[in-house]
Design a binder for this molecule. Structure first.
Ligand SMILES: Cc1cc2nc3c(=O)[nH]c(=O)nc-3n(C[C@H](O)[C@H](O)[C@H](O)COP(=O)(O)OP(=O)(O)OC[C@H]3O[C@@H](n4cnc5c(N)ncnc54)[C@H](O)[C@@H]3O)c2cc1C
Length: 218
């Protein structure tokens, strides 16, 4: 927090860099201490406010606070709907806690997704990053989730459960809430991403895919 806000002042260009896929300072990387409880969110909010008052307030400082409000939203939603978030239709439709059923082809496709072996470079690069580091950018998370749910037609809860096992910053409300958001089982319509377009937009020169895939699998 000291580094991102006060020392390097990366907070001042957060809005422009937050959609990057790889690197050290494009976003705050504060989700892990927030999820672990070692950084109280009120303290982080206050530090940003202090910075805005003492140094500078711009669209980026606003945007970091805005993202913290998403975190807040999902936490209150988890309190409101409780275990409904783990039902197939989450906050929509009848309760259904039956285990997700996969046919043979879906089982294979799910295994390949987990192992970063789908054949879609943009998905595989992000999944390899997750498997190697326990983290993935927000842009990457949205895309691999969309691919699993909308392209492979696999129950969103399996993706959420896999992330739960892997993420260093795993947070029950943020994880299940975001997965439901992409699936359309949360508070809004489903979100489907065009993977090719996303790769062109956010990895235009292919450097992220190359960095992740042109290395020996670990
Ligand atoms: C499918 C999926 C699963 C996710 N699972 C988790 C999870 O288990 N734990 C988790 O902390 N975040 C999760 N997120 C949200 C987001 O991807 C991460 O919070 C962010 O990538 C963490 O990196 P950062 O700390 O550098 O974020 P920054 O961009 O620096 O954002 C600052 C803080 O705002 C909060 N935040 C940012 N985006 C979101 C968001 N979309 N929803 C809720 N809070 C947000 C986080 O606390 C984050 O640390 C998930 C998103 C998706 C699409």
């Amino acid at each position: 927090m000291q580094h991102f806000i006060w020392q390097s002042k990366h907070i001042l260009h957060y809005k422009d860099t937050r959609n990057q896929l790889l690197g050290e300072d494009y976003a705050s990387f504060l989700s892990t201490p927030l999820a672990a409880g070692s950084l109280p969110v009120r303290q982080l909010w206050q530090e940003i406010t202090d910075f805005e008052q003492q140094v500078s307030a711009n669209e980026s400082t606003y945007w970091l606070k805005f993202e913290l409000l998403w975190r807040e939203f999902f936490r209150w939603q988890m309190r409101k709907h409780a275990n409904r978030w783990f039902s197939k239709g989450a906050v929509k439709g009848a309760l259904d806690f039956a285990a997700p059923a996969l046919n043979r082809a879906q089982h294979l496709a799910f295994t390949r997704w987990c192992h970063a072996n789908t054949g879609v470079d943009f998905v595989d690069a992000n999944m390899r990053l997750l498997n190697q580091t326990g983290l993935m950018s927000n842009r990457g998370r949205q895309n691999v989730a969309s691919y699993l749910i909308h392209d492979l037609a696999i129950d969103w809860r399996l993706g959420a459960a896999y992330f739960e096992q892997r993420l260093l910053d795993y947070d029950c409300a943020s994880n299940w809430g975001n997965w439901a958001y992409i699936a359309g089982t949360g508070n809004s319509a489903e979100r489907q991403f065009n993977l090719q377009k996303q790769a062109r937009l956010y990895d235009a020169d292919g450097s992220f895919v190359r960095a992740m895939l042109l290395q020996a699998p670990s």
